[in-house]
Structures are given as structure tokens and as C-alpha cells.
Design a protein. Structure first.
Lengths: 279, 279
């Protein structure tokens, strides 16, 4: 009976694709989410800066007494997971391993595609992870940075979105795959368009949704799941950007008409957190 | 680069459904499997005896220097996982949690069925596990002990098998489900027949296959995966029963024409192991 919340962080609203699946699969686990809209996108930033920003979001969540941290952002996972995990005494989960495992499980032809931000694709984290487990799998990586802004600007159902997605995925006509990892938590909002372009025969892997399987596994393994079924947690959502913009997209995506995110100022909070941590 | 093997135990050949998926998803991880054919089925036995037998198989595998133990048997998981896990210093994985998690993920109507041995159904382990995570899911459990002997007697493609499966699954006509957990590692060998009886609209959950996801997750989490892709392990298979019978079913099921299981005598080995453990 561990009612402590699980913390989720992302550069923007994309990480809510993980939260959506968490709310469905683990309805009795309290969610605290923070999106760093003020500084997105993370994709084009140098790894050092992504690590710094991810630490700041992590400190904010640790103050909320979380029992597990989910880095619900592919760019931040690629850059910061291996740095942050050994320094915390709670389980830390990223989105790249769950997505890689799911792709290995799903592919029949052994041809797997990956789309992600420039940062994620440049890190080669997915391909390396997959090949470490199974070197026979052919991986075709394509950077798809434009897809993030389509989502963050709430244009993910527009005609422009269809055109951009079709152009971005064109390389897969030359290099067919039977499994495509949506290697950025923003992409599942574009799922119907991506599926349409790739064709029904291609299995789309939602790394975020797969991540909830790992969260669930570790909750059980470390025996820290909340098993009070009468507990209906009040989830908390924070953004460093516009709360109104966040409420619109997040409310729509999560089906929460009463979504009220709180805008926070990390710059104001961080010195305070640092001082406390030094004590 | 951890080349130590992963140990799998089962009452019979059923656990090979887990191994089959492990060989596919984790080709560089060495498998050591032991099936207790001499004493199957475990389903009707009292829990105390199942715990005792599971300990014996566990000791055999620990002597092989395994880095992880997979209790690839639902009856043994229900009875012995919670007893064995805290006593070993390696990760111990059962099949019930992975199957439960997969069903929660898959169901859309919230109506989930479970078939298992008498021991598994009597333990109520699946229903309890699912309800601890999500009390809104309706669980309909059906004991299906006859299905195990169909598999162990190599009759799993026969006309009799079709008749027995149809009779066993009849309760689901009155209580429709959209997801059915095959809660015994023997059942996936009957998958085509089960799918045919249940209809295409029902998602069948292979607890064993789902267990490999947990194995893969924990290998990564504890950083004990073998990442030498040039390592082509020679897997080892042991049975307490007829090696010839085992080779026939296992070779057929795993597609290994050169399967050569070794028959072992636990009774002869156990006193030796006990003596060493007391020292």
C-alpha cells in the first residue's frame, strides 16, 4: 500500500502519451507530470544541456516525494538516463529500452524502423539497444523533428500534418519495415496519419505505452505498487510554459475536460532545491 | 557482458513456450531448462508439495550458476514464487504477473478470462493480481486441467484436443470476454484450437511469452544482459522423465531437430546439494 506518486517528466506534452496509458493500466497510481514547454524542443539541443534540464525537472519531482521517476521523453532518455539512474535511490525508467524490446518482440521480418528527434537519432540509442539484444535485426533510422512542432502547436490533425508525415516517412518506401518505433512521445498523437502512410501491415510501437509495462513490472518487482483500490488519486500536472495551451492539448488528449495544469518557474525553484540538497 | 545462463523450470514441457520466446527475443542469452516430467502434473498437488518440488528444481539450476531464475509454470509460480524470491540473491521471475499485466493492457471491454490448472485457479492468483491493479476488470476463471495432459501426451493437434478444448471453454459463451489468459504454459501449444473456439475477436495472452518481456526488462534494469553478439550459446535441457519423449515434443515445438535432453535423477542430486548448502 504505497500511495506515493510516480513522477513523469517531458520536454512538452508528448510525455502525456505515457501518462494516458498509465491512467488506463494503473488507475490507482497517482501521477505527477511536468512538461518543460518553456524550453522545448529538446531534440536540437546539445546532450549536456538536455542533461542539465532533465536534472532540474527531476529535482522538482523529487520534492513531490515520488517513488519512481519516468523520463517520458526520448531525447532526455538518450542523454540523461544513464547519468540520473545511478544517483537516485528510486527506480528510474526511460522510454528507449521498452520501445526497443517491444520492437524485437513484434518484428517478423527483422526489419525495424525508428523515427525520432535529431537528438535521439544522432545518439543512435535505439539501434544500439536493439543490436545489443539481437544483431540480426536491420534498423533504419529517420530523423523526424518537424513532427514535434506539429503536435506542440496543436496541428496534429491538420492537412499540413498529413503532408509533413508523408514526406518524413518517404525513406521507408526504399527500405521497407514491418515494425516502426515511434521514438518520440509526441508521435502517438499523429498515430492515425502515420499508420495511414506506413500501411496496415506495419506494427507501430508506442514507446510511451510500452514504458508503462516497465513501470508496472518494477512496481511489482520492488513491491511498491499501491494496492488500495479505493484510492482515487488526484493527479497533478505542471508546465513551465503556458498553462492554457497545456490544458487544451492535454485535456483533449487525456479526455480530461477539467484539466488544470499549474505553471511553475523552475528558475525560481531550483536555487531553493539546490540549497536544500547541499544541507 | 554477463554470459551466465538463465534458468527455467517447469513441471513438464509447458515451460518451453517461455523458452521458445526467449530464444527468439534474446538469442544471445544461454538457456538452462529443467522439466519435472517424472512428477507432473503439478496442478492437482497440494501447495506445500509444489513448493518442495520447485525448491528441488531451483537448487539444480543454482548449481549451474544461473544469473536469473524463471519459474516457467503457473502452478509453481502461484505456490512458490513468494517463498523463493526473497531467499535468492538473483532476480526471480514468475509467469502470473506478466500475464496479468498483459491482459490489463489488452482488454477494451474490461472482461478478462483465465484458464489454468486446478492449482492455479484455486489459488485465485490471477484474479487477485488483476484486481490489485484495477478493480474494474471482470475476471472469469475456468479450470482446464485436461488440457495439460493433451500436450504432455503429444495429442495437442488431435481431434480429441478440439473436442476437449471446446467443452472446457463453454462457460465463456455465457460470460463473454475480449481477452483470455492462457494461464498455464502448456496451453500455447493448443493456441490455434483455443483461438478457433473463442473466435478471432478475442485476444489470447500467452503468459509465457509475456514473461520474456519481464526477463528482458530485469536483465536491462540490473545490467546483467549478455551483450556479446558473437556468443552463440549452447542451451541445455534436462528432464526428470523420459528424455526421448521430451526430445520429440520439445524438438517439434522449438524447431530443434537436434534436441538432446539429459535425464537427471533429482533424488540422487538433492542430498548432495543439501549437504553443500549446509556447509
Amino acid at each position: 500500500m504505497n500511495k506515493q506518486p510516480i513522477g513523469y517528466l517531458d520536454s512538452g506534452v508528448g510525455g502525456l502519451t505515457v501518462v494516458k496509458e498509465a491512467l488506463r493500466q494503473l488507475p490507482h497510481e497517482k501521477v505527477i507530470f511536468i512538461g518543460d514547454q518553456a524550453r522545448l524542443p529538446y531534440g536540437p539541443r546539445p546532450a549536456e544541456q538536455v542533461i542539465e534540464f532533465t536534472w532540474e525537472l527531476t529535482h522538482f519531482l523529487l520534492k513531490k516525494n515520488i517513488k519512481m521517476l519516468v523520463i517520458a521523453c526520448n531525447t532526455a532518455t538518450a542523454a540523461a538516463l544513464s547519468v540520473i539512474r545511478p544517483k537516485l535511490n528510486i527506480p528510474v525508467v526511460g522510454v528507449i529500452l521498452p520501445g526497443s524490446r517491444a520492437a524485437i518482440k513484434a518484428t517478423k521480418t527483422g526489419n525495424v524502423g525508428i523515427i525520432g528527434t535529431n537528438g535521439t537519432i544522432k545518439s543512435d540509442a535505439y539501434a544500439r539497444t536493439i543490436h545489443r539484444k539481437n544483431q540480426n535485426i536491420q534498423v533504419t533510422s529517420v530523423a523526424a523533428p518537424k513532427l514535434v512542432s506539429l503536435v506542440e502547436s496543436n496541428e496534429y490533425q491538420s492537412v499540413i500534418a498529413k503532408k509533413v508525415v508523408a514526406e518524413t516517412l518517404a525513406p521507408y518506401k526504399k527500405h521497407p519495415v514491418d515494425t516502426l518505433i515511434m521514438g518520440c512521445t509526441h508521435y502517438p498523437l499523429l498515430r492515425p496519419i502515420i499508420q495511414n502512410v506506413m500501411g496496415d501491415g506495419v506494427t507501430l510501437i508506442d514507446s510511451g505505452a510500452e514504458t508503462v509495462s516497465e513501470v508496472s513490472t518494477l512496481l511489482d518487482y520492488f513491491d511498491i505498487a499501491n494496492d488500495d483500490q479505493n484510492y482515487h488519486p488526484e493527479h497533478e500536472f505542471y508546465t513551465t510554459g503556458s498553462a492554457q495551451m497545456f490544458d487544451t492539448i492535454a485535456g483533449d488528449w487525456l479526455g480530461m475536460s477539467q484539466m488544470h495544469a499549474e505553471k511553475i518557474d523552475l528558475k525560481r525553484l531550483i536555487p531553493q532545491i539546490s540549497m536544500e540538497m547541499e544541507q
